[in-house]
Design a protein around this ligand. Structure first.
Ligand SMILES: Nc1ncnc2c1ncn2[C@@H]1O[C@H](COP(=O)(O)OP(=O)(O)O)[C@@H](O)[C@H]1O
Ligand SMILES: [Mg+2]
Length: 375
């Protein structure tokens, strides 16, 4: 990229007032697309959970579960926007638990939503802030729905149970107070951790966000390109290639990012059309960071399982064979093994197709979706 600056000259870059970007923000990580397709049934399920609160009842708690970039955050934000535009009877508070992990931090966000300003950071006890929130909701007869996004971040310092309790048991101290939680998780393993970290106050429905198909990814990226670039900047063939790569990584964000990087590269060359060479360079630049991050975040046992299937050097192993070796290396039980397989499949690192052979014709293979991991 930097080399391109030399070719063009800094003046050209700064003074060049033509752009291929119709809307530069269309590729931002927190851009909310107007056109949000393929998630109607999930949006409906979320709406069903909120509905009772609009009619004087309690909202229904839910766990929102799906791999990265399956539209969970977008769905919640869109739904909250729609609910707030249509009813005063409920306060919807969206909380990014990566940013807010303490009781105080989370209730400050809720407080801000209700009062329009933050409580003082010092000098006021938590109980006061809590009381103010709940009292206001109670006197105005409003329900509260809290979305705790990436809620697993609350598990590290064991805050989750307390926070869930604070929110869901508010009715014990404040008459008729109606509260609910959407707990959003990107990692199927946390589904078990949630039960461990949050006891019986939270008995949720499950709303699943499945991965997008190849074609869905294509249509979503095409939509995004239409919003972000002027007509004719990017060809359908190039979008198709990006879709293919995106489907392979299983992460829609990768594709959106590729669009943006390709656009920047084309623009740096003052090229009005995106070329294959821009994509090739963009691929190098982004170098599948997402995939490497996923691998890096795996536990020792999860990596061990991946090692076993990659060590097989292209030979297809059955689940039974992988388990034998896994048990030998780690001493772990079959149920731990199963859980890890489930997680790796969820992360799209492996496939587990049925062979049609085996005892009841249901033996499975475990095959990697990537080439040998080089770190
Ligand atoms: N159905 C969809 N249509 C258009 N864009 C989508 C869709 N689903 C996800 N995206 C986009 O993909 C990216 C990741 O979505 P996000 O809602 O943050 O996923 P998650 O919270 O499940 O990780 C965002 O840029 C979002 O706009
Ligand atoms: Mg999210």
């Amino acid at each position: 990229m930097r080399d391109n600056y030399h070719i063009m000259g800094i003046d050209d870059i700064l003074l060049h007032d033509e752009t291929i970007f119709r809307n530069l923000h269309a590729f931002d990580p927190d851009y909310i697309p107007e056109n949000f397709r393929y998630r109607d049934s999930q949006m409906e399920a979320l709406a069903v959970c909120i509905r009772p609160a609009l009619m004087g009842g309690r909202p229904i708690n839910a766990v929102v579960l799906g791999a990265c970039a399956t539209g969970k955050t977008t769905a919640i934000k869109k739904l909250f926007e729609m609910v707030e535009a249509s009813s005063e009877k409920i306060v919807c508070s969206y909380i990014n638990c990566q940013l807010h992990t303490t009781r105080f931090g989370i209730f400050s966000q809720i407080y801000h939503k209700i009062f329009g300003y933050y409580p003082p950071e010092t000098g006021v006890p938590f109980s006061r802030i809590y009381h103010d929130i709940m009292h206001k909701l109670s006197t105005e007869d409003k329900a509260l729905m809290v979305a705790l996004d990436d809620v697993n971040h609350l598990f590290h310092n064991r805050n989750a149970n307390r926070i869930f309790y604070d929110i869901l048991r508010a009715y014990e101290a404040f008459d008729n107070l109606r509260t609910g939680i959407f707990a959003i998780l990107s990692d199927i393993e946390f589904r078990y951790a949630l039960d461990k970290n949050v006891n019986s106050v939270f008995i949720p429905q499950e709303i699943i966000f499945p991965p997008y198909s190849h074609n869905e990814i294509y249509e979503i990226l095409k939509d995004r390109a239409r919003i972000g670039f002027y007509d004719g900047v990017i060809s359908d063939e190039l979008i198709e290639e990006i879709s293919e790569l995106t489907f392979e990584t299983g992460d829609l964000r990768y594709g959106i990012n590729l669009l943006r990087v390709c656009g920047n590269l084309a623009e740096a060359e003052a090229s009005p059309r995106m070329k294959k060479s821009h994509l090739e360079e963009a691929i190098k630049e982004t170098a599948c960071t997402n995939f490497k991050d996923t691998i890096r975040n795996l536990s020792k046992n999860e990596r061990e399982l991946l090692n076993i299937i990659t060590d097989a050097g292209g030979e297809n192993l059955t689940a039974g064979q992988v388990y034998e070796e896994f048990k030998r290396r780690t001493g772990l039980s079959y149920s731990s093994f199963n859980r890890i397989v489930e997680k790796l499949e969820f992360l799209r690192l492996i496939d587990t197709p049925f062979t049609g052979k085996g005892e009841r014709g249901n033996a499975r293979l475990i095959i990697p979706r990537f080439n040998k991991v080089d770190e």
